[in-house]
Ligand binder design. Sequence first.
Ligand code: C5P
Length: 242
Amino acid sequence: MANMLEEKRPIIALDFPGQEEAAAFLRHFPEEKLFVKVGMELFYQAGADFIRQLKDAGHSVFLDLKLHDIPNTVYRAMKVLAKLEVDMVNVHAAGGSEMMEAALQGLEEGRGAGRIRPAIIAVTQLTSTSEKQMKSEQLIDRSLNESVLHYAMLSKKAGLDGVVCSAREAGMIAKEAGEQFLRVTPGIRSAGNAADDQTRIVAPGEAKKAGSSLIVVGRPITRAKEPDLVYQKILREWEMGR
Ligand code: C5P
């Protein structure tokens, strides 16, 4: 996979309703090669062409589509996504180890000759899921942390490169799965940023100390008057670990 352990840039969540809005935002960064995350809303609207434009402009792309289906379907879908030459993709660990192995195989087979396979990470329990809900709706009679850790280890065994998780879970996962296993953490806010709808926010430097390998930041940058300045500030805080 692409060497994400060396990656220093915060991943900017391009949570825009459409391509025009996303392109307008990117004009704040005429020189900078960014690492952006494209989620379902923007991808379903703007599609593969927009991903190609981002790649042609030199940006790195995390395509956050959280695949979860039978192994064969995920295998075939990943083969297609690998052709887009994105840098990172993800699946739900709840799809099971066979599905995760199939996803990995799809990426390996779909990448062009000489191309690096996209990194693939898993969602464990969504951070919107409470322990109470997990117990009553998924009938998992364990703590939320145990379930997160279990899914992280299952992903690792299936050959995945890491997980999306809260910075508060990152240390525990690093300890069990090793430093090389990526912990990609959203819910990041610098001092003074609005929390928006995030309930358990962590500052960039704190996230690093807590064991995050990569941070995902959306609204503090995308809604800023001067996105480039906020981006640079977050980058510095993250790099310095404070
Ligand atoms: O705007 P904000 O910084 O809150 O955006 C965070 C991004 O990370 C959003 O795209 C959101 O969907 C995503 N995310 C999250 N929490 C998770 C998983 C993904 O906030 N547990």
